[in-house]
Design a protein around this ligand. Structure first.
Ligand code: AHR
Length: 502
């Protein structure tokens, strides 16, 4: 068995973890809303038409914030279409996904749903086909107490108290030519600046996220951030990052190394924020919102066929990736990467939450089940709160096509308010188990521990409605703990959560 060592100290701290890094995303896309969270004819539907079985799976993930209503969708969306009597709401062609949006679910209904799941809304405004005026109006509608056109409209629509939405996205992926109203960095930066100013004049308590690059692979990545921030730095609070990974060739070691790219992306964007801060002689710190991240590639071919056969239909089953075991391992490493960068990443959204590139799947009229990626996300959200610790990991490493020095053991650790310590570790080694030696002496007595493990001999193993527990966590082999030192066996290709409690 190979060996690795992890040294922790309660004073080696990365930073406080903002719980919003365990956020997710619901877009009006595919069956995320219609046939996902909302299906009034389903036997599990509640009085508002939301599926109780789906809400229960979401609650178990403890998602503090949900980005809404898009995504690419938002760049052609008129928020006014989605409020008021449902029977009077217009049906619209959605040019982002070539489907028809009925607006049956809008802001009021979605806020009811997030109330049930214990989440807050992160609301995106349309800076594609619209601009600062409509963004100002929706802040007034959502957050102003009363006595103005839009706040009174909200009250007339049945919501006396403001929604109190605290976090707002200034558009979506405005660097991408696929986006309705695509802009250059300078054009977007100017609009983002004016929009942020006006939104904050309506409600000074809000925070806003400016669009960074839609991927680190965009040709404009870097210049986009620098030019855009040069226009709006003082008025924005976060820059967004989006990144999806894929494994079309079946290169598992190369695929599992992709979180190194995510780490480099985060560090580059943080550096760019700080570079602009320096040029402006500013004291204002702009942090990061990694508000779209996941694996995404399994459904691409099926989607092309759907658009050819069923364009403009409602709630097409788009982007329905079926996630396998190796996807769960990479998602685990992406969560580790977010925790490692907790000093700069304050918001992150697993994209998305239900049916659309999602940890939760449903069948119309049928069941709801957890995909493989559900579990690492649930573990990190549940146990990865408090303080991110700077774990020193000594591990053998490997090389693959795009990276050298890829650690076989990818690990980080957190400490909660009660002093309990949780280690998250992915073993990327396809051949070997590891004996992981942990030095925990600085924490004093940690009497009990638990080892949660996800492993499958088949990297392509999936969960389905018929076999929903094919890939699920089990108790791990554990090891020995004494005098502040532990030795735990980490099986080959596995996701591990090792919890030491006071
Ligand atoms: O999450 C799916 C899509 O991916 C989003 O609508 C868009 O922002 C990104 O390109």
């Amino acid at each position: 068995m190979k060996k690795a060592k992890l040294t922790l100290d309660k004073d080696f701290v990365v930073g406080e973890i903002d719980k919003r890094i365990y956020g997710s995303f619901i877009e009006h896309l595919g069956r995320a809303v219609y046939g996902g969270i909302y299906e009034p004819a389903h036997k599990e539907a509640d009085e508002l038409g939301f599926r109780k079985d789906v809400a229960e799976l979401v609650r178990k993930l403890d998602v503090p914030i949900v980005r809404y209503p898009g995504g690419n969708f938002v760049s052609g969306f008129n928020w006014e279409d989605s409020v008021g009597p449902v029977s009077e709401r217009p049906k619209r062609l959605d040019l982002a996904w070539f489907t028809t949006e009925t607006n049956e679910v809008g802001l009021h209904e979605f806020a009811e749903w997030t109330g049930k799941t214990g989440s807050e809304i992160m609301y995106a405004v349309n800076l594609g086909t619209r601009g600062p005026e409509q963004a100002r109006d929706i802040v007034e509608y959502a957050n102003h107490p009363a006595g103005s056109k839009y706040s009174d409209m909200r009250i007339a629509n049945g919501k006396k108290d403001p929604f109190g939405i605290k976090l707002w996205c200034l558009g979506n992926e405005m660097d991408g030519p696929w986006q309705m109203g695509h802009k250059t960095a300078r054009e977007y930066g100017r609009v983002a600046n004016e929009t942020a100013k006006m939104m904050k004049w309506v409600d000074p308590s809000i925070e806003v996220v400016a669009c960074g690059s839609s991927s680190s692979e965009m040709p404009t990545f870097g210049t986009w951030e620098m030019e855009m921030l040069d226009e709006c730095y003082e008025n924005v609070d976060y820059v967004s990052l989006h990144r999806y990974y894929e494994n079309p060739t079946g290169d598992t070691p190369g695929f599992l190394a992709r979180s190194m790219d995510m780490d480099a992306f985060i560090k580059s964007v943080a550096s760019m924020c700080d570079a602009v801060k320096a040029t402006k002689h500013s004291k204002h710190v702009v942090n990061l919102s990694f508000d779209e991240w996941n694996v995404w590639y399994h459904s691409r071919e099926a989607d092309k066929e759907l658009w050819e056969s069923d364009k403009w239909n409602k709630a097409l089953p788009l982007l329905e990736d079926i996630y396998n075991f190796e996807d769960a391992l990479l998602v685990g490493s992406m969560l580790i990467t977010l925790i490692k960068n907790a000093d700069r990443v304050k918001v992150a959204c697993l994209a998305q939450l239900v049916n659309v590139i999602a940890p939760i799947m449903t069948r119309n009229g049928g069941g709801a089940w957890a995909q493989t990626i559900y579990y690492p996300f649930m573990h990190a959200s549940k146990y990865g709160r408090g303080t991110a610790l700077n774990a020193i990991v000594n591990t053998p490493a490997y090389s693959c096509e795009d990276y050298d020095e890829v650690p076989y053991i990818d690990a980080t650790a957190t400490m909660d308010e009660a002093g309990n310590v949780t280690v998250f570790a992915v073993n990327r080694d396809m051949e070997s188990d590891y004996e992981l030696e942990l030095d925990l002496r600085s924490f004093g007595e940690l009497s009990a521990y638990e080892h949660i493990l996800m492993h499958n001999d088949d990297v392509k193993a999936v969960n389905t409605e018929k076999d929903p527990e094919n890939v699920t966590p089990v108790q791990g082999p554990g090891g020995s703990v004494s005098d502040g030192r532990a030795t735990i066996r980490i099986p080959s290709l596995s996701w591990n959560v090792i919890r030491f409690t006071k």
